[in-house]
Design a protein around this ligand. Structure first.
Ligand code: ADP
Ligand code: MG
Length: 246
């Protein structure tokens, strides 16, 4: 067996898979560019680390459960004028995640709330954060199942491993008492510990019919909007615009 193949296998057994895979071309690169020993050693390590970062990001993208691919550069800020590109760009240093702040998009259907939520989440993944997207309905069902199994706390702990949680369409359907309680537990655990992006068609003054019980509505809303970036969006539905153009 050639020394090269043997070395490559040794790297593999150490789980340095990228180093193993690219060894031959890295050696050639070092020879061609007359790299120093130190430069070659860092080239090897950087190849491995770069490949691991890439894989981790790919995996995080899968775990995020985005319902569709939405990119920020596809968002037309000339159509949606109640929010500026600058306001959204300002969020992309992700200080809001590091400082456990929330983002709330409020507005009627079709104005781009979900699009912005997904695209900010997607950029956060590229920056190395763990993100989870869920609809409010899905979340409430998930919490309900966990609660019935007596595993609500455990479920909430698992969900808290994400740095950013996007809850889409909160407030669309009324909740029963248990659903309300479960959601409160969840929001309470996330408060000042993880960041949340909420999209909703209701402004907070009309959330009482969603929560039924004001004793729960007030503290949930309070926690969500404390330390939050609130965007009141309006304008025409983008879906309607496309229909009219066709
Ligand atoms: P909402 O969540 O506010 O109901 P969506 O984000 O789902 O609206 O937007 C509806 C559709 O229109 C989606 O396909 C979205 O990608 C698109 N869309 C909405 N606003 C814009 C915009 N300003 N530029 C480009 N596409 C948009
Ligand atoms: Mg939506």
């Amino acid at each position: 067996m050639s020394r090269l193949i043997q070395l490559s296998q040794q790297f593999k057994s150490l789980r340095f898979n990228a180093m193993a895979e690219h060894l031959e071309s890295l050696i050639r690169q070092a020879e061609d560019n007359e790299l120093s020993y130190l430069q070659f050693a860092s080239l090897l390590v950087e190849t491995e680390l770069g490949s691991r970062d890439k894989r981790r990001i790919q995996l995080n993208r899968k775990k995020a459960c985005f319902p569709a691919l939405k990119r920020l550069d596809e968002f037309d800020f000339r159509f949606q004028t109640t929010i500026t590109k600058k306001q959204i760009q300002a969020l992309l240093d992700f200080r809001f995640i590091d400082e456990r702040e929330n983002i709330v998009f409020i507005g009627p259907p079709g104005v781009g709330k979900t699009h912005l939520g997904i695209s900010i989440g997607s950029k956060a993944i590229d920056a190395g954060y763990k993100v989870w997207f869920t609809s409010a309905l899905e979340l409430i069902e998930l919490l309900e199942i966990a609660e019935i199994k007596g595993e609500l706390k455990k479920k909430i702990t698992t969900l808290c491993k994400f740095d950013l949680i996007i809850i889409d369409e909160l407030g669309y359907l009324p909740l029963n008492k248990q659903g309300m309680f479960n959601l409160f537990q969840f929001i309470n655990t996330l408060y000042e510990y993880r960041s949340v992006i909420i999209t909703t068609n209701k402004d907070f003054t009309s959330w009482n019919d969603f929560f039924i019980d004001e004793n729960v509505a007030v503290p949930v809303i309070d926690r969500l909007i404390h330390h939050s970036h609130l965007f009141m969006m309006g304008g025409e539905s983008y879906r309607l615009k496309n229909k009219l153009n066709h």
